[in-house]
Design a protein around this ligand. Structure first.
Ligand code: CDP
Length: 209
């Protein structure tokens, strides 16, 4: 399940995994966890060489329970801190570093290889697991995406979210390694006018097809 922020990836992926009795992996949380650790360590995130040099150090462990996806860095539960605005503002720069991607993609492939799973990200169908049985690319209008995200983040406005998302979309889509793009064989699903339950139902239909 790939797509930009606010397209509904997390809610849809978790709902589909629950309905199908499958495991679930949030790869964005892994990039966020790496970014959280870099910020804690005071690594200069404007220096890709510095990020590359340190990215092998933290132990990043992702749970796969759709009802309570856990994420730990060196044994510390970071599920809360990785959603803070300092991490959100810095994650695209960290995710653009090829060494970071190589390390996290290897971890993701290990988890995926252990059995059937719903995985959400930006590059799952294109890079991480091109042989996925079903590839879905979720989209939604910029307004709908910003509206959803501002409902999740306390104290934020739709306008501020739309601006921040546009910035992150540009950074994610224009990076040289594995940019945000639709994988070959992916089915595009526009969620703008659909409720969460309607999107999950459509995903389940595509899986059963
Ligand atoms: O939930 P939201 O869409 O805000 O973002 P996320 O899925 O938590 O991902 C955070 C960031 O991680 C994205 O903006 C990308 O820069 C990066 N990411 C990536 O590069 N590749 C992935 N497979 C997943 C996330």
């Amino acid at each position: 399940m790939d797509g930009p922020s606010g397209s509904g990836k997390s809610s849809v992926s978790r709902g589909a995994a629950r309905a199908l009795g499958l495991r679930y992996l949030d790869t964005g949380a892994m990039y966020r966890a790496m970014t959280w650790w870099m910020l804690q360590q005071g690594v200069d995130l404007t220096d890709p060489a510095a990020v590359a040099a340190r990215c092998g150090e933290p132990a990043i462990v992702s749970g796969t329970d759709p009802d309570g996806p856990a994420i730990h860095v060196d044994g510390v539960d970071v599920a809360g801190p990785i959603r803070e605005s300092d991490v959100t503002g810095a994650v695209s720069a960290v995710a653009a570093v090829p060494e970071v991607r190589a390390r996290l993609v290897a971890l993701q492939r290990e988890i995926i290889g252990a059995g059937d799973i719903v995985v959400e990200g930006r590059d799952i169908g294109s890079v991480v697991w091109p042989d996925a049985a079903v590839k879905i690319y979720l989209t939604a209008s910029p307004e709908a995406r910003a509206r959803r995200r501002s409902a999740e983040v306390a104290g934020s406005t739709v306008e501020a979210q739309q601006e921040a998302m546009a910035r992150r979309d540009t950074l994610d889509s224009t990076r040289k390694t594995d940019p945000l793009s639709m994988a070959a064989g992916a089915i595009e699903l526009d969620t703008t006018a659909l409720t969460l339950d309607e999107v999950i139902a459509e995903v389940l239909r595509l899986v059963k097809e």
